[in-house]
Design a protein around this ligand. Structure first.
Ligand code: ATR
Length: 280
């Protein structure tokens, strides 16, 4: 029996997940088809119920359903309850388990693709939306030395900092955006994103940043954002958003299959698709 998995979101037409998850199943010789399931809020409950059928391995969940899907699941694993968001559903004999691999994917991406271990490091997080939230909890779990939170709307940064501090992580909020003194600076805002309101802009400058710091953008369209360009120009090492996307998917793949994810094949499929988009 061909089994099914897919991504639940709205819209999902531009999602790269079908491309690189499909490549992963093929590479491992698994008889699984991964589909894009465009699902409106009204259709979410029905879609999630259908996943209890044995033919479904599970699903990924993306914008705008990561929070609202939670009451539809049977159990929450990993950090998903604390984060308050689920990006991966696993069907185990008709019971649905929710996980969040966004933050852990980020930490693994830094370790594997930038040789950067976050443990003991001072990190500056720009942004306080859903993406920043997942990353902040994963950084706390990975025992960073400290997290500085900056957001355009300071109240949101203060709320996120307070939530993460409850886990015992050393955090502070930053009102004047200054990149001095950090080992790692992460852009979790949509500034610089293709099609976003602030395309072509960088959310900060790197004049005072440590030259040994790593700058990470979670945006992967475009691959080289203004934030990364400014960091490179200041001599910092950089990492784009594609590795985080791939590793959150790799961790989801491993939860569904118990098989080690073929990360290289996933990167190759995603890079080819992005290249194809640029040519169009
Ligand atoms: P996501 O779930 O992808 O994180 P989100 O919840 O909409 O998306 O969060 C987007 C983030 O980008 C927020 O931190 C937002 O700041 P606000 O909380 O002040 O809205 C930030 N952002 C969006 N546009 C911005 C801009 N022009 N300048 C600075 N920050 C911006």
């Amino acid at each position: 029996m061909t089994r099914l998995a897919g991504i639940i979101g709205h819209p999902v037409a531009h999602s790269l997940s079908p491309v690189f998850q499909g490549a992963a199943f093929a590479q491992c010789g698994l008889d699984v088809r991964y589909e894009a399931w465009d699902t409106t809020a009204d259709a979410l409950a029905g879609r999630v119920v259908s996943l209890r059928d044995p033919k479904y391995l599970g699903a990924n969940v993306t914008i705008p359903h990561k929070e609202t899907v939670i009451p539809l699941l049977d159990e929450l694993g990993g950090q998903s309850a604390r984060v308050g968001a689920v990006n991966t559903i696993v069907n185990r004999e008709g019971r649905l388990y929710g996980f969040n691999t966004d933050g852990s994917g980020f930490v693994v991406a830094l370790r594997n693709e930038a040789q950067f271990d976050v443990a003991g490091k001072a990190v500056l997080l720009l942004g306080a939306g859903g993406a920043a939230r997942g990353i902040a909890f994963a950084l706390a779990e990975a025992r960073v030395a400290s997290i500085g939170f900056w957001n355009r709307t300071p109240e949101r940064a203060a709320r996120l900092a307070a939530d993460v501090a409850r886990d015992g992580a050393p955090v502070h909020t930053v009102s004047n955006l200054d990149t001095a003194g950090y080992d790692c600076i992460v852009n979790c805002t949509s500034v610089g994103m293709h099609g976003g309101g602030a395309e072509g802009q960088a959310p900060c400058d790197f004049a005072a940043a440590r030259p040994t710091a790593l700058a990470v953008d979670i945006v992967y369209r475009p691959e080289e954002t203004p934030f990364l360009r400014a960091a490179s120009a200041a001599g910092l090492a950089t990492l784009g958003g594609l590795p985080m996307l791939i590793y959150q998917g790799a961790l989801a793949f491993e939860l569904w299959t118990g098989v080690r994810a073929p990360v290289e094949a996933m990167f190759e499929a995603a890079r080819n698709a992005l290249k194809g988009e640029r040519r169009r």
